[in-house]
Design a protein around this ligand. Structure first.
Ligand SMILES: [Mg+2]
Length: 112
């Protein structure tokens, strides 16, 4: 295999080491409402990259910030994000797509 830094387990270990280094769990950094706020903040930064025409490098960095927070939220919430990812990808593969107002959407399209 190639670069092990690309495996989820290595990414998880790196984020866990970051949490341990700063003792996030002991100081409220793993409280889920706080994490949701941090993720919203990063999503806003991603949005600003697009709406302000920032560089691809800047966009990649902000996406990495959000990914790091997501992995940390899996630590905080004690769930396996890798398993959840593959489970969901499998279910997405079974869904249909539609064009809605000019853009494609993949969803279950349940009628209410
Ligand atoms: Mg950021």
């Amino acid at each position: 295999m190639g670069d092990t830094r690309n495996t989820y387990s290595e990414m998880l270990a790196a984020v866990q080491a970051f949490h341990d280094k700063h003792q996030l769990r002991q100081h409220g950094g793993e409280d889920l409402p706080y994490r949701v706020a941090l993720m919203a903040e990063e999503l806003g930064e991603i949005s600003a990259c697009v709406t302000k025409g920032k560089t691809q490098e800047a966009l990649a960095e902000e996406c990495a910030d959000l990914l790091i927070l997501l992995i940390g939220t899996a630590i905080a919430g004690d769930f396996n994000l890798e398993d959840a990812f593959w489970s969901k990808m499998g279910r997405l593969g079974d869904r249909e797509s539609r064009i809605i107002e000019g853009r494609i959407r993949v969803s279950e399209f349940r009628e209410t």
